[in-house]
Design a protein around this ligand. Structure first.
Ligand SMILES: CC(C)(COP(=O)(O)OP(=O)(O)OC[C@H]1O[C@@H](n2cnc3c(N)ncnc32)[C@H](O)[C@@H]1OP(=O)(O)O)[C@@H](O)C(=O)NCCC(=O)NCCS
Length: 171
């Protein structure tokens, strides 16, 4: 199989990010709070601002985009980076793309001095929860309602980075 490559996108790559982000929202409306129609209407300035607000990681196989993830701040803990917006094209699921994206996010978080990585996921999203558990995330204590989704709830999953693979701070 061809090699999976993950690269961080620069501000000028905003159109690449826009394209895969809109594909993600169209393919998996239940997985994200944002909607395709909402983000399709964003102007160039908004996309450029998003590129600098968080790190955007693009996964490619033979130069074709197959997945995306973002890395930003955790709201509650400065030592923790937050992974979000994870999506893999349906054809590339189960091929290691999600692992490559999250590993790149974990490496970048560790390189920036973070000791933990957090990831919010809907408790209804069995595949994402299974993937995160398999990768090494553990359920944390925080829960929040999934905005605009009735009683649906998100759970924070947390993973220690680097050599310390023990129980992460339970928050
Ligand atoms: C979540 C996502 C990124 C994971 O990537 P992936 O390539 O599908 O992940 P993997 O195949 O490596 O791992 C999925 C795991 O879930 C398991 N799984 C698959 N379908 C499942 C289901 N319906 N219920 C429970 N587990 C399931 C697989 O067996 C696998 O576990 P294993 O590695 O122990 O065998 C991808 O499925 C995706 O893009 N989904 C749509 C968008 C999304 O939900 N994003 C997350 C938003 S928080």
């Amino acid at each position: 199989m061809s090699e999976i490559r993950v690269r961080p996108l620069a501000e000028d790559d905003w159109q690449n990010y826009r394209s895969i982000r809109l594909a993600a929202l169209e393919d998996s409306p239940d997985a994200f709070v944002a909607t395709h129609d909402e983000e399709e209407a964003f102007e160039e300035d908004s996309w450029r601002a998003r590129m600098t607000r968080s790190e955007r990681l693009l996964a490619e196989v033979d130069g074709v985009a197959v997945g995306v993830a973002s890395l930003g701040e955790d709201e509650e803990d400065t030592g923790t980076a937050q992974l979000f917006g994870l999506w893999v094209t349906p054809a590339a699921r189960g091929t290691g793309v999600a692992t490559a994206l999250v590993q790149a996010g974990a490496d970048a978080a560790l390189a920036s001095g973070r000791t933990q990585l957090s990831y919010w996921v809907s408790t209804d999203n069995a595949r994402a929860v299974a993937f995160a558990s398999g990768f090494g995330f553990r359920p944390g204590n925080r829960r929040r309602p999934m905005h605009g989704r009735g009683g649906e709830e998100e759970i924070v999953m947390v993973m220690a980075l680097g050599d310390d693979r023990g129980q992460p701070t339970p928050f």
